[in-house]
Design a protein around this ligand. Structure first.
Ligand code: DX5
Ligand code: ZN
Length: 214
């Protein structure tokens, strides 16, 4: 199991140390929640901060773009050092154009689904996707409660992947902690976790426990 701590829940007054702690603690990637205040009711940070983060760590950076028009910003996040770019299928940009742009930049293509969005919205693109990020909360804020209603979708996605011999990774995002991680573990490759990791004292122990799930 891979673990991608979401720095949205970190202490930004000491971001460098926070990142170092999860990197030393065994994190596999770093999850960067980018919110525009339009697609979601919250604003976080943009490419400038991603560029600074890229200088703080060797971890693979995944930019989770909760933006209404992600197409406009792919180059900016690519220039800033993002290695996987995840856009929402519910955004208003054309998926094919976004995917082409991400491919042109030689980065990994990630697509995210809100809790109420069905998998079939991805069918036209599924063979070209490197990573599918299933939201288990409505995006916008960290520390929300995991929504069990997404479980059938997660199971179905794993089935589609296996039956179709497809290569995309399955990642889950929202409300992952010691109770919910074991429930989703059989169906996912990567766990995103914000509050559970960053609001705890022993990040290393938490990351280790999450990684040991399978
Ligand atoms: C939600 C974000 C998530 C989330 C993770 O909009 O995409 O990455 O903040 O934080 P937790 O694990 O606290 O739900
Ligand atoms: Zn996220």
């Amino acid at each position: 199991m891979l673990v991608s701590p979401s720095i949205i829940a970190a202490d930004f007054t000491s971001l460098k140390e926070e990142i170092k702690e999860v990197e030393d603690g065994g994190a596999d990637r770093l999850h960067l929640d980018i919110m525009d205040g339009v697609f979601v009711p919250n604003i976080t940070f943009g490419p400038m901060i991603v560029e600074a983060i890229d200088k703080m760590t060797d971890l693979h950076l995944e930019a989770h773009l909760m933006l209404i028009d992600p197409l406009k910003y792919i180059d900016a996040f690519a220039d800033a050092g993002a290695e996987t770019i995840i856009f929402h299928i519910e955004s208003k940009s054309k998926p094919r154009l976004i995917m082409q742009k991400i491919r042109d930049r030689k980065l990994k293509i990630g697509v995210s689904l809100n809790p109420d969005t069905p998998i079939r919205t991805l069918f036209p693109y599924i063979e070209e996707i490197d990573l599918i990020l299933v939201m288990s909360v409505n995006p916008g804020f960290y520390g929300q409660k995991f929504e069990p209603k997404i479980l059938p979708k997660l199971k179905k996605l794993k089935e589609i992947k296996e039956k179709g011999n497809l290569n995309f990774e399955i990642e889950i995002d929202g409300g992952i902690n010691k109770e919910t991680a074991p429930i989703v573990a059989p169906y996912v490759d990567i766990l995103v976790s914000g509050a559970y990791i960053f609001k705890s004292r022993d990040r290393k122990a938490i990351i280790k426990n999450l990684k040991n799930l399978c």
